[in-house]
Write a protein that binds this ligand. Structure first.
Ligand code: ADP
Length: 474
């Protein structure tokens, strides 16, 4: 059972390849099978007809011979002579009188077994049209007639031909045709399956090429197939035209986001500045006015951050996000980030690191932004009394920074998607925390832009660990 389930998933029952193979193999089987059956049937007809013709001739000739010669010789002697004359090793003749007594019979009866001979002799009637019959596993074609001399009925004539040898040869022939047909059908099916697999190869290539195209490669993405059939080449061309339209649309959208973010950020920064300066003076503001201005200032600040994130992502997409790569001492960076975060929230934050100093080549400010984003998430998605731990380690040629919390955790099915733009795990829970689903995509973009990688390990209800891996400076 287990073995079957291991094999079955590999067979796609809806694939074009399987359908074509089964379809063509079924039609070939039907065609070849019908041909084999028709050939066998025709051969048997020819075989039987030739024998039928022969014994019909005997049944017609014998009465005429007896009639002719009985003018000069007594009919009983003519009868025996005529029967002897027409007897062959496979042909048996006999004449029965009115009282069912045998008047004459061919001399070769000893060639038949006693049981078969008795059964044949006991027959009282035979049709005048030749028929094939089986007795004791032997095949006979027989027909009958009447013999008359000078208008008087002398008796009934029985003509039998043994066709067992021919019938057996025919059976062997049919078996051989059957085996040959099965072999040909099997070989044909294998050849068809192989041919279809090869014919569908360009389609598979096309799908593999399309699979790896990401939004960032859209402008250069082109599908090209060397020896593909015209139809597949046309499909590739259509795909290419679609890719070029997608690329234009993607570029326009990116440009739009970049322009809007840029245009909104400047006036909002000014508004935020004014709000801050009014709040700083606040000589004659009522409590309500002060609260309203504080809310306005914090919303403006949140929106500026969002616009900055959008701008960074749009720049990263178009390759304009620049990094000032320099040598950074991670031990200092982690200490600085923790003290900065400490100023904004009252959370227990600890650093776990070995005493060795770990240096990487990275953009110091961007890396700080990355860690602040991760700490911000750890604070947002965990209870106030739980601690946040930053771990710094070196493993071989890699520096590893981990931001660990003991918060709500992320369900497994969401873990692969949280780095996508605007992706949020639980809208109801996370919208109250004020984010908009861009933080982790910024983290991923920045870390990968510096040649590193970021991963997550999380358990629902136990917490999450975000791990950043960077190459150490040699
Ligand atoms: P947001 O602005 O919503 O925080 P992010 O891109 O930073 O957006 O995070 C995406 C989603 O990942 C969040 O909505 C949250 O559900 C989940 N997430 C991120 N960090 C954590 C964490 N430390 N613990 C639990 N969930 C997290």
């Amino acid at each position: 059972m287990n073995q079957i389930s291991n094999v079955l998933p590999k067979i796609d029952f809806f694939s074009l390849r399987l359908r074509l193979t089964i379809g063509i193999a079924a039609f070939s089987t039907l065609g070849l099978g019908s041909l084999a059956i028709w050939t066998s049937w025709r051969m048997q007809q020819i075989l039987i007809n030739s024998h039928k013709y022969y014994i019909q001739q005997i049944a017609d000739r014998l009465p005429r011979d007896v009639q002719l010669y009985s003018e000069i010789i007594p009919p009983e002697i003519v009868l025996q002579k005529a029967i002897n004359n027409l007897t062959t090793p496979n042909t048996f003749l006999w004449v029965k009188g009115q009282d069912q007594k045998i008047l004459a019979k061919s001399p070769n009866w000893n060639l038949l077994s006693r049981a078969t001979a008795t059964e044949l002799i006991s027959l009282t009637e035979m049709s005048s049209k030749p028929q094939i019959n089986q007795i004791n596993q032997r095949y006979f074609i027989w027909c009958g007639g009447t013999i008359s001399v000078k208008g008087q009925t002398l008796g009934k004539l029985f003509v039998v031909q043994d066709v067992t040898r021919e019938q057996k040869m025919f059976t062997v022939l049919v078996q051989n045709i059957g085996i040959a047909s099965i072999l040909v059908i099997t070989a044909l099916s294998a050849a068809i399956a192989f041919y279809i697999k090869r014919s569908l190869q360009p389609l598979r290539q096309l799908s593999q090429m399309t699979e790896v195209i990401s939004a960032s490669d859209l402008p250069e993405a082109k599908l090209y197939l060397d020896h593909a059939p015209t139809e597949v080449k046309q499909l590739a061309q259509t795909f290419n035209m679609m890719l070029s339209r997608l690329s234009q649309a993607w570029e326009q959208e990116r440009q739009f986001v970049s322009n809007v973010s840029h245009e909104l950020r400047t006036p909002l920064t000014i508004v935020h500045g004014y709000l801050q300066s009014v709040l700083r003076r606040q000589n004659n503001l009522t409590e309500m006015q002060k609260e309203a201005l504080e809310t306005a200032a914090s919303e403006a600040e949140r929106t500026i951050r969002l616009l900055q994130d959008l701008l960074d992502l749009a720049r990263a997409d178009s390759g304009y996000l620049h990094f000032r790569m320099e040598s950074c001492l991670l031990n200092d960076l982690v200490t600085e980030v923790v003290s900065m975060a400490d100023r904004y929230c009252d959370r227990t934050m600890t650093i776990e690191s070995t005493n060795q100093s770990i240096e990487v080549i990275a953009d110091y400010n961007r890396l700080r932004q990355v860690l602040l984003n991760l700490i911000d998430n750890a604070v947002k998605y965990s209870d106030a009394e739980t601690p946040i731990v930053l771990k710094l380690n070196q493993q071989g040629e890699e520096a590893i920074i981990q931001v660990c919390d003991q918060g709500y955790g992320i369900p497994l099915q969401h873990q692969a998607r949280i780095f996508e733009r605007f992706y949020r795990v639980d809208e109801a829970r996370t919208s109250s925390q004020g984010g908009c689903g861009l933080g982790l995509s910024i983290v991923k973009t920045l870390v990968e832009g510096m040649g590193g990688s970021v991963t997550v390990r999380s358990r629902l209800g136990e917490g999450s660990i975000f791990t950043i891996t960077l190459k150490i400076k040699n």
